[in-house]
Design a protein around this ligand. Sequence first.
Ligand code: GLU
Ligand code: ZN
Length: 495
Amino acid sequence: MTDASTSVRVRFAPSPSGDLHVGNIRTALYNWAYARHTGGTFVLRIEDTDRARVTDEYIHAALDTLRWLGLDWDEGPEVGGRYGPYRQSERQQIFREWTERFLAEGHAYHCYCSTEELEERRAEARKRGAPTGYDGHCRELTREQVAAYQAEGRRPVVRFRMPEGSTTFTDLIRGEVTFDHAYVPDFVLSRADGMPLYTLAVAVDDVLMKVTDILRGEDLLSSTPRQIAVYRAMGVPEAEFPRFGHLPYVLGQDGQKLSKRNGVVSIAWYRHEGFLPEAMCNYLGLLGWSPGDDREEFSLAEMAQEFAIERVNKNSAQFDMKKLEAINGDKIRALDGADFTARMTPFLQRAGLVGHPLNDEERRMVDGGAPLVQERIGRLTEAPGMLGFLFVDERHFSVDPESAARALQAESRPALEGAMKALDGLASWDHDAIETALRGALVDGLGLKPRVAFTPVRVAVTGRRVSPPLFESIELLGRDRTLARLSSALGSLPG
Ligand code: GLU
Ligand code: ZN
């Protein structure tokens, strides 16, 4: 495989025509990990020859997503490198030159067939049960035929002349794969307007950028014989062809290929919904690979250390949101406190609970509230719901109606009154003192069961039956606000 003189060069080559999705990022992650594991180079190349679909906005979003995940690239947009530019839209001249050369050397030819003619012949072939790909119609046009087409005003595409025979290569994941060229028709290299198409651009760039290994999705397996044919036409020696490894599909819960229809594919969505990049990388790392023991949680650095293509699964992996959430919860708990606070804050800001930037009082509440929820949430988006009671103005504070119906009833009166009395004169305002006082007054004094004693207090003070720890919450909220809420809950009791 790789000898010492040729260090690994891998690339991630998205064509962002929307948000990067789960499959893209798993591909990026495996390439990144392979490069880091081998001390090789991770190249980012943007395949944006189709400028109608791949916009600058999507490209920027893609770079942002990669950075958010921690997948840094050694060569590529905004970083540079010896083999740039790394946006294919800036490499048109290169593709044009290769197209000309292929035409001159007979590896390619002009095809004048119109879309309608191609359609018609495809339909006929289908009827006959023959292969439906391009039929080679324009392979050997005479001078007169060409002149006639040109006189009609037709503008040709350039097609690659697929040689007869077959292509066999050893896929790094699937082993030996063979394609009979009877099923690999001559394909379009560039459109009539000169725009280079995927197969030309990807093959030329993988060669020019000295890519050694191509890890990518299984959906691209069938384009491999075409790419290999282009390498040959370019005169690349067989020993220098990039190796291919095709990652199996990611499936949704219904066993079909993961898509918008059976799952959530956009990485931007996961980010927005409060998943940590650490959790995404860990979970996507596990979707088709494992560190070789039964460990299910690891960091990016650990994945890089242990990545081996031999342990990439041949079988498709099923996306499991529950498992991703479990990993996310663990990664949230593992953050150090300040880091957690910093990551949670934008979610509070987005919910409109605090300003941007935080003022001093908000800062105090956020710092105090963060430790109360870090152990209890599976997604950062749960933080605003749990901590919201700290940030609402007393005039706007309201109790969730369902919690009120369950916990603020006539029989709650003694607990609420007892709590007010106990807290009103409390000498030191900290959670231990608050707990001692409330237990003393309600449980020991009134003989209430703890649940009966504390549920109305919790609902009155936090607005919900499920909240961060009660005594810490009361401490943070402060005496005045706590007493005001207890009093307003008392006022709301029926009967
Ligand atoms: N640009 C192609 C895509 O986004 C992938 C190219 C490749 O990995 O060969 O689907
Ligand atoms: Zn043709």
